[in-house]
Design a binder for this molecule. Structure first.
Ligand code: AMP
Ligand code: ZN
Length: 143
C-alpha cells in the first residue's frame, strides 16, 4: 500500500490492487477509473494515490498532481461517450454527500434530457453582508 494509506479505505485498496477497477489513467500520483455505480455511462473518478479524506488535506503540489489531469479526462470522456457536456463534482464531508472519505473528482457525462437534476437553491446577500463574507474568507486565506 502507499505510504499514508488507510487499510480500511476502498480507494486505497483500489490503488494497492486489492480491489479491481476499470482504470483509464495512472501516474505516480493519480489514478482515474470508472465509477462502479455511474450516474451516466462513462462516469469517471479521478483520485490522488495517497490517502487524504478531503481536498484541503492535500497540499497545493499534491492537489496539482491530480487536478492537472482533469482537462484531458474531460476531453476523453466527451469524445468517448459523445456527451454534450459534463460536470466535475468533488464532495467534501458527509454533509456535502461524500460517501468515500478519500478525495475524488467525479467527471459525469451529461446528455440533453438526462434526469440528473441539481437542487441549486440560490439565495442572495443582505445589505453589507457580502463584504463581511469577503473579509472573513480573505483573512482565512492569509492566516
Ligand atoms: P461520493 O458520494 O462523492 O463519496 O462518491 C463515491 C463514489 O464512489 C460513488 O459514486 C460510488 O459509486 C463510487 N464507488 C464506491 N466504491 C467503488 C468501487 N469499488 N469502484 C468504483 N467506484 C466506486
Ligand atoms: Zn484512501
Amino acid at each position: 500500500m502507499e505510504a499514508n494509506a488507510d487499510p480500511n479505505c476502498v480507494f486505497c485498496k483500489i490503488v494497492a490492487g486489492q480491489i479491481p477497477c476499470a482504470s483509464v489513467l495512472e501516474t505516480d500520483e493519480a489514478l482515474a477509473f470508472l465509477d462502479i455505480n455511474p450516474l451516466a455511462r462513462g462516469h469517471v473518478l479521478l483520485i490522488p494515490k495517497r490517502h487524504a479524506a478531503k481536498l484541503d488535506d492535500l497540499n497545493a503540489s499534491q492537489a496539482g498532481g491530480v487536478l492537472r489531469h482533469l482537462p484531458a479526462l474531460g476531453k476523453a470522456v466527451r469524445q468517448a461517450t459523445g456527451c454534450q457536456g459534463y460536470n466535475v463534482l468533488q464532495n467534501n464531508g458527509r454533509v456535502a454527500h461524500q460517501e468515500v472519505m478519500h478525495v475524488h473528482f467525479h467527471i459525469i457525462p451529461r446528455f440533453k434530457g438526462d434526469d440528473f437534476q441539481f437542487n441549486w437553491p440560490a439565495g442572495g446577500y443582505a445589505e453589507g453582508e457580502i463584504e463581511q463574507v469577503r473579509e472573513a474568507i480573505r483573512s482565512a486565506l492569509e492566516s
